[in-house]
Unconditional design. Sequence first.
Length: 216
Amino acid sequence: MIRPSISKLAAVCLAVGIGLMPALARAERADRDKPMNIESDALRYDDKTQTSTFTGRVVLTKGTIVMRGARLDVRQDDQGNQFGTMQAEPGKRAFFRQKREGLNEFIEGEGETIEYDSKTDTVRFLRRAEMRRLAGTELQDEVFGSVIVYNNITEIYTVDGAQRSDGAPSAAAGGRVRAVLAPRNGAQPGASAPSAPAAPLKPSGAMTGTGGGAAK
């Protein structure tokens, strides 16, 4: 982990070569080798916990990855695994976007908190969560819930309509998932070649939730 020595910094722009972000839905493989650039109004580094905290209009880019939020905490364990948590301002949502490999398609997601785990290669969108697939600028698939978890290894996502007080997903606390899925007939408009249509996002066998729908 890079150890910054910065004081009274009004704007922070760092290029850190760490592979924090997991690939998402066959995301651009080249992103893994790109440097991570973070801009913010302030930075605080804790050497004891190996944690960097960026605050104020945080913007992260890494290849085709773009993230925005109010606060980003980045840490690294002894095995070199990176973990990141992006938080939004009160009443707003943090944002994530990444291009899919070999296609003119993008995965976007929003949530009050977005968590990344490079060890398990997963991304979690928490509270007022939304994830969508765009072919160019055209919306293809969209899901809403309280918690959305995407596993890049299995290319499977799960959506929960409600969240327990301890932060874990629950189907009994009230709330339903909502999904908008485009038909798969014909070539996808965002595909780079008509003979190779894009693979859709894969929901798990069961998407849970009861009660009222989640709002944007």
